[in-house]
Structure formats: structure tokens, C-alpha cells
Design a protein around this ligand. Structure first.
Ligand SMILES: [Zn+2]
Length: 627
């Protein structure tokens, strides 16, 4: 392929990162999506008593199920997720219908509750009452309690919850221990939790009132539309709250962690500001962040997130990593809750996007060196994984693979974030952020699939970028380029320097990968331009006005923008007496479409190492800390 490009002064710095994200949003006002009413959604009315001495909760849930489909249903399917953490954690005592008749039910070995009902017609509600007990396992997790340092009890995915209706059936995702498979519909929830006054209760909704009866406190919360209701309890929690832009942000933390415990609210305010602007305005009145002793870094729920206590310890984690995990969990509000996705089938839609949201956080609030360094560091995490003896899998793979194999962090989190960053580069900032607004407008309060995502983002580009998704979502391609030659001819008739660059596009497949790649030319001024590299050998002709100085170096992807191996990225441009010394025909004779990739880089990695060094200084490895 031969590309002719003429550079003028106006074309400089086409790849510069915008200094201010807000500038991108002047193009379109991000208005809230209408909130579904109670008439349109299921309702839960839950009342439980919590006994701290046995870590058990007993009570009932009243579910008003709404059949939204043009079919007659004869059963309801619910998940008992807690039983996947430890068997018999959730015990069903009995189930009644609205007329107080007992309903038959079966609990399958996969912990799905199948309730036989009377026929439920379209647009008809069916009401059930479930009496149940929850015995928290002694596991430091999202569903369990830990008494290692401070007693903390976490009720994530703790009550019988309706499976989601999809494509005329019930979605019955199995449980995923190393990630999420929780896939539920938006609902309205009223809940009362009663316990003795020794416990500080943290609920995921809006606290309406606390009633006191002797030494028993009853907390009454309302929430909706939400996909779940989660709560935590500890006798040791301290709390710090601020009302910020109409949102009550509360941090619950252990007594020795007051400094970070209070700082949680600062990070939350920044996250709320940024993500409300980029994705959708935050629609809730409250958000709580609870400290927890757990095996994971953080865990997201609707209106409540859990953060590992290690992040509250200044000697264990730097402040940037503290901000990283909190902004990540905040971002899940928009990525899997407001805009739902099936996290078992498409984990990248929530985890890659939460990772990228943190990247936007650092772009907005940190300096450019840190932001770029973080991107480079995470990119290297994936490349180390993929170049080792590990099995790489496409980003579109589901938890049925990741829950049993290595690579969840390196692919779903790290590579996923890099792929989204590359998508932004390929689309350009304006189209990318317009597509984001369109995507979250289109799927707030419902669910989106990978196909939905591709359709929306493709609609915002004039060019067909199917190749991008094919390569980076559905394949494991890692790009690999080299500048093989760089010459220039002083063209006095046009007063230009006519530069000819030869670029090799290494690959082991029948068809060479396609990618937009930034090229820069150094002289007294620096010139940037982007090219689509889509052949095995690419010859690029660039004309630079002589008035802008004599070119010296040519760089390929000097900021390591694309997901590629490290290799020669710069070359001295040598002057020749004749134009067009390099032609595609002369070199194509010695190059086949399938080139064996050399195993070691050649020379000149200076720029990459400088940028990467920044990342090494300020970031440490995140492996083992899935969020
Ligand atoms: Zn996450």
C-alpha cells in the first residue's frame, strides 16, 4: 500500500489528548434518561431481622412480578446466589401466593429456585411471599462475614432474586466466583432491617427512617430503579457523609482508617462529577462506600460498593491506587447497573469499561505523564501475559472461560481498557464521546449486548470499523510494526521535503491486520499524522514544506498508542538525490504475506522506556486484585 500525505502547519498534533474532557461535551447536552415508573417494574418488599450473634437473618420477601411478555408464564425462576458461596446459606421455609395458598417449588442443584405459579398473563402481576433465613458463611467476601480485625458482615446477593427474562426464557447464569454473573432486572425495593443497636447498618438505598424499639433499631430503606439491594453491618464502623449535588455520599470505615475513610468522599465526588458528565447524570439520592476485609480489591453493587481495607492503609497502597479502586467501583454504577449487561456472557462490557472509566478519571484529575504511564503499564501487563506461555483468549470471552482459566485481569481488565482507548483513537474524541452518550442513553435501565455496543459505536463513524471489533474483541491479534527505511528528497519545484517511509506490518496470518497508527516526523517542528496500515509492506510518502525545517527522524507510534509489541520505532531520515527510492514493487518481491516474527526487538526503544519508567514509578502491579 502506498499513501501520499501532504503536511501543513495546521496538521500538527492531531493525536494530542484533549486537556479538558468538558470540551467534548459542548457538542451535545447529556440529559437524563426518563426513569421507569413503579408501574413498569417488579417490586420487592423485604423485612428481615438480623441476629449478630449467629450472623443469621430471618424474614420474608414479598415479590410483585410483572409479566411484560406476550406469553403466559406458569413458573417463576429465582437465583439463590448465596448457596453458591456456601451451600444452605439461604434456606427457603415456605412460599405463598397472594391468597395465602402454599406454592410448590423446587431448588435445583445449581441453586435456582423454581416456583410453580398459576398462569401469569401478559401485563399481569403475580405476587409471592417467601419466608427465608440467611446464614452468613464465615468467609471474607461479598457474601459472608470476617472477624479477623473488625467484625464486618456483608450481604451481597443474599436474598432470593428473580432471574431475568430474556429471549422468551429465564436467564440462569451459573455463579462465577472470580467475577460476576449477577444479571437482574431493574426493580423497586422497600426493605426493613431490624437488629440490635450494637450494629452500624449500611444499606444500599435511601434511608427513610430509623425506628427504635428498646435496644432494637429498624432501618427502613427504599431503592429504585435498582438491580439489587445490598447491605453491610459492623459494630465498629465510623461514618463520614457529605451531601454533594443532591447526593448523600457516605463512607463507612474502621476506626484506625479515618484519613482515607474521609478521603473516600473526595474521590467519590470527583467520580460522581466526571461519570455523570460522560455517561449519564447520576439518578440516585445516595451512595455508600463500605470498608471490608475481603479477598478482592473492590466489589460493586447498586448504590453501595465494598472496598478492601488494604486500600485504606497508606503504607500498603498509594493514594493513586486508592483512587483507582474507588473510581472503578463507582464507574460500575453506569456499567452493569444503570446500563445493564450480562456480566457472565460479556464481562468486558462492565469490567473493561470500569477500567477505562478510571483511566478517564486519571486523565481528568492527574497530569498527562501519570495518565499515559498508567496506560502503558497496564498495556505491558497484558503483553507480558500474552507473550508468555499463557493461553490468550479474545476479549469477548465469557466467565464460563475466565472463571476457570488464567487471564481475567490481563485480558478482561487490562487489554479491555487498552482496546477502548484504541477505539477512542480510531474514532477520534468527538465521535467517541458522542457514541458513549448515545450508548448510555439507549440502554439505561435496560441491558446491552456486545452487538448493541458495536452497532452504536459503528453508527458514529463514517468509516466501516468492523475490522477493529473483529481483531480486538473476537481475535487475539497483537500488532507488530517496524520502520524499515526512511529517506527524503529535496524537491525544489514544490519546495517540499518528499519523505518515503517503509513500514513492515508483521503477522502470521493470511491477511495482515488493519490499524490506524500515528507517525511523527521530527525537524525544527514535530509533525504528526495518522495512517491506516493494512498491508504487509506499507510505503508512505509524506511531503513536508521546506520552510518548516529539515526532517531528521521518523517515529512510528512514539506514544505507544496501539496494542503492539515493542520494536524499532524511530529511524534517521537519510537524504537522497532521487525521489521514490523505495517502492512497494521493489520490496514486495522479497516479502511474503506471512512473515515469521523475530523474537527480539532490534534497537531504539528510548522513548518507550522513558514513558514506561514513569508508570513503573507510580504504579504497582494489580494482579490478584480483581475489582
Ligand atoms: Zn470491576
Amino acid at each position: 500500500m502506498i499513501i501520499f500525505i501532504t503536511i501543513g502547519i495546521g496538521n500538527q498534533s492531531s493525536q494530542a489528548i484533549s486537556d479538558s474532557l468538558e470540551e467534548n461535551f459542548n457538542i451535545q447536552v447529556n440529559t437524563p434518561v426518563p426513569i421507569p415508573t413503579k408501574d413498569e417494574l417488579h417490586h420487592y418488599n423485604i423485612s428481615v431481622y438480623y441476629e449478630p450473634s449467629t450472623h443469621s437473618t430471618t424474614g420474608w420477601t414479598n415479590i410483585s412480578f410483572l409479566n411484560k411478555e406476550a406469553i403466559i408464564l406458569s413458573n417463576l425462576m429465582l437465583h439463590l446466589w448465596g448457596n453458591d458461596v456456601e451451600s444452605d446459606s439461604i434456606i427457603i421455609h415456605n412460599i405463598y401466593n397472594e391468597t395465602n395458598s402454599l406454592l410448590n417449588y423446587v431448588i435445583s442443584s445449581s441453586n435456582k429456585l423454581n416456583i410453580t405459579t398459576e398462569p401469569i398473563l401478559q401485563n399481569q402481576r403475580y405476587i409471592i411471599y417467601i419466608n427465608f433465613t440467611v446464614n452468613l458463611p464465615n468467609i471474607p467476601s461479598r457474601f459472608g462475614y470476617s472477624d479477623e480485625t473488625y467484625l464486618t458482615q456483608a450481604f451481597g446477593n443474599w436474598y432470593p432474586i428473580l432471574a431475568l427474562r430474556e429471549d422468551g426464557g429465564w436467564n440462569l447464569n451459573p455463579y462465577a466466583n472470580g467475577g460476576e454473573s449477577f444479571y437482574s432486572e431493574m426493580s423497586y425495593i422497600d426493605i426493613k432491617i431490624t437488629s440490635d443497636n450494637s450494629e452500624v447498618i449500611v444499606g444500599a438505598g435511601d434511608l427513610q427512617e430509623v425506628t427504635i424499639n428498646g435496644n432494637e433499631y429498624t432501618y427502613y430503606y427504599t431503592a429504585g430503579p435498582v438491580r439489587d439491594f445490598t447491605w453491610m453491618a459492623s459494630p465498629d464502623y465510623l461514618v463520614y457523609s457529605e451531601l454533594y449535588n443532591g447526593v448523600n455520599i457516605s463512607s463507612y470505615y474502621y476506626p484506625e482508617h479515618s484519613e482515607r475513610g474521609i478521603s473516600v468522599v473526595d474521590v467519590s465526588k470527583k467520580s460522581l462529577d466526571l461519570f455523570s458528565e460522560i455517561f449519564e447524570p447520576y439518578p440516585y439520592n445516595s451512595m455508600s462506600v463500605g470498608e471490608i476485609d475481603a479477598w478482592f480489591g473492590g466489589m460493586e453493587y447498586n448504590q453501595l460498593v465494598m472496598i478492601n481495607d488494604i486500600y485504606y492503609n497508606e503504607s500498603e497502597r498509594g493514594y493513586d491506587r486508592f483512587e483507582d479502586v474507588i473510581s472503578h467501583e463507582w464507574a460500575h454504577t453506569w456499567n452493569t447497573y444503570l446500563t445493564g449487561n450480562n456480566p457472565y456472557l460479556d464481562p468486558w462490557l462492565d469490567e473493561s469499561w470500569a477500567m477505562y472509566a478510571s483511566s478517564l478519571y486519571f486523565e481528568e484529575y492527574y497530569n498527562n505523564d501519570y495518565y499515559i504511564g498508567r496506560l502503558q503499564f497496564i498495556k505491558q501487563d497484558y503483553l507480558d501475559f500474552a507473550s508468555g506461555s499463557n493461553t490468550d483468549k479474545p476479549l469477548s470471552s465469557g466467565m464460563d472461560y475466565w472463571d476457570f482459566n488464567q487471564g481475567t485481569y490481563e485480558v478482561v481488565y487490562a487489554k479491555g481498557m487498552v482496546v477502548i482507548d484504541m477505539l477512542r483513537y480510531v474514532m477520534g474524541d468527538i465521535a467517541f464521546f458522542e457514541a458513549i452518550i448515545d450508548y448510555y442513553d439507549s440502554f439505561s435501565y435496560t441491558t446491552a449486548s456486545t452487538d448493541d455496543f458495536i452497532e452504536i459505536f459503528s453508527n458514529h463513524t463514517e468509516e466501516d470499523i468492523t475490522w477493529f471489533f473483529d481483531q480486538f474483541l473476537y481475535d487475539t491479534i497483537i500488532l507488530d510494526y517496524e520502520i524499515t527505511s526512511a529517506t527524503m528528497y529535496k524537491n525544489d519545484s514544490s519546495n517540499n521535503w518528499d519523505i518515503t517511509l517503509g513500514i513492515l506490518n508483521y503477522h502470521n496470518s493470511d491477511s495482515p491486520p488493519i490499524m490506524k497508527v500515528p507517525i511523527s516526523i521530527q525537524s525544527n517542528n514535530n509533525f504528526y499524522f495518522d495512517v491506516i496500515i493494512d498491508e504487509t509492506f506499507n510505503e508512505i510518502h509524506v511531503s513536508v514544506p521546506q520552510s518548516l525545517g529539515k526532517p531528521t527522524f521518523a517515529y512510528l507510534d512514539s506514544d505507544w498508542q496501539v496494542l503492539r509489541k515493542q520494536r524499532t520505532i524511530q529511524l534517521v531520515i537519510t537524504e537522497t538525490d532521487t525521489p521514490g527510492v523505495i517502492t512497494s514493487s521493489s520490496l514486495s518481491t522479497s516479502i511474503t504475506s506471512s512473515i515469521e516474527t523475530p523474537t527480539t526487538p532490534t534497537t531504539s526503544l528510548t522513548i518507550i522506556f522513558i514513558l514506561f519508567g514513569i508508570g513503573v514509578l507510580v504504579l504497582r502491579r494489580r494482579k490478584g486484585n480483581l475489582q
